[in-house]
Design a protein around this ligand. Sequence first.
Ligand code: CS2
Ligand code: MG
Length: 402
Amino acid sequence: MPSIIESAEVIVCSPGRNYVTVKIVTSDGVVGWGDATVNGRELAVASYLRDHVCPLLIGRDAQRIEQTWQWLYKGGYWRRGPITMAAIGAVDLALWDIKGKELGVPVYQLLGGAVREGVLTYAHASGWEVPQLLDAIDEKLEAGYLAVRAQSGIPGRRSVYAVASPEPGEPTNGFPPVEVWDTDAYLRHIPGVLETVRSHVGDSVRLLHDAHHRLTPIEAARLGKDLEPVRLFWLEDVTPGENQEALRLVRQHTTTPLAIGEVFNTIWDCMGFISGQYIDFVRTSVMHAGGISPSRRINDYASLYQVKVAPHGPSDVSPITMAASLHLDIATPNLGIQEYMGYPREALSVFQPDYSFDKGYLHPSDAPGLGVEFDEVAARAFPYERSYLPVAEREDGTPIDW
Ligand code: CS2
Ligand code: MG
């Protein structure tokens, strides 16, 4: 029996930060939830969905997930890109949620069932000075995490990616905050910080570090080499993601494992990295890459080259994406690790996810579908607030990747 899509709507709310949520309802009254959040460009996806995708969904068979995905991807003609793929991804997530609810099973069962007991996960720890960083790491280890991403401030800088500055910044009046970046200072400082962290935590804790696309290939190669004694689990996003050949050069110089992929939207963005075996981990977000349906293809393709998948899981994708990621992770043989940054308290009053954390591992919900409730009444108390990611500049004002 087909199940017909009767309505599809978009809800934008800001419980601690902005989220774009899709609600699809079938003729049988089954509700599916999808996430379409693109940090700093939220209203563009909301409009893409409201104005161009939701009207096309009405009357379609909700059970035909792959057919609808192909229809939206190929039928749009202007394919790929973060806005298009997040919008399609949100519809895909909502349709998997509906299918699970209709069949009475959690989504991971529809993906072949669990291949492992839980999903290894890493938390973020940051500190301006090393002692604060070590405290932040200890807090995560005490909470049970077995893997931590460590970021620190750089002496003489006022702002650094992922680390709250001790000095208050200038008011931005609705514009992106500007961070000043100095690659040499970073390359001089960070190996010593990570060596101290390694001696503090011992050998068994998995340590990660994120360079956020800021280095040239040869700078990245030097950093990878300098960090070899620290035995990182991975070094992330050393060069910008657009040039797949850049990491080939980095790879030739270092045995530090490399990860990249949070800004990618399709398998085409990571094919060269994977088939060239320039990376160890591919980090696409399940929603930003177009949903569970195409993410399965990325995962399988990566497995051919022994590249592991390690989905992006920041607080700027909603708990719906996190839940979808966990369903796919637990059913994916070549999973490496899942990022889990956590959520603002307000966000968890609107999104109620049923996944759980225990001793370093996340477990997807066993409720039918994705296992996240969305409280529409609570969401109304948090209207959209314009907000931007920071931009980075060199000291002379030249923009650089943030
Ligand atoms: C980061 C992200 O999670 C990560 O690895 O690089 O927090 C990233 O900065 C944000 O998702 C950007 O929206
Ligand atoms: Mg990152």
